[in-house]
Design a protein around this ligand. Structure first.
Ligand code: HEC
Length: 120
């Protein structure tokens, strides 16, 4: 199955499952059962951005299951610890490629940059 085809199927599945959730979510509802690592104080805010802006498409890479800095660094291939400008996550956003078919406020990009650059 081609990548775009599996992506399409994935998106449809997600849309169905998202329909059951309240879109006016508080943080608690947003994270659902996900238990985030709280040792990095900036992580929760960054995770919320990634969840809202990216995970709908990047679920195939299990992005929303990366519940700690360590997982982002070791598994995502998109984060270089303490080096936002070398992180493809940030490069893709700053080049305007991501979020694909959309945009996001620079304040949210900044949350991601601050998170990566200040990882303990
Ligand atoms: C509408 C779907 C969609 C959204 C939303 C989206 N992406 Fe992507 N992204 C893709 C697709 C499809 C690819 C692979 C094809 C390509 O490189 O163009 C990709 C590739 C990437 C890559 C390079 C390959 C990888 O997986 O490491 C990065 C980094 C990335 N996206 C980051 C992001 C970030 C950060 C966000 C949220 C701010 C985001 N994307 C939101 C669809 C999306």
């Amino acid at each position: 199955m081609s990548f775009s085809r599996s992506l399409l199927i994935l998106i449809s599945v997600l849309m169905v499952s998202c329909a059951n959730h309240n879109s006016n979510s508080s943080d608690e509802q947003l994270y659902g059962e996900v238990k985030l690592d709280t040792s990095d104080p900036r992580f929760a805010a960054a995770y919320a951005v990634l969840r809202n802006r990216c995970a709908s498409c990047h679920e195939h890479a299990a992005w929303s299951s990366y519940v700690s800095d360590a997982l982002w660094i070791s598994k995502s291939n998109a984060v270089v610890k303490n080096n936002a400008s070398a992180s493809s996550m940030i490069q893709q956003i700053q080049m305007g490629f991501m979020p694909q078919n959309g945009s996001m406020p620079s304040s949210e990009t900044q949350l991601l940059v601050d998170w990566i650059n200040n990882m303990p």
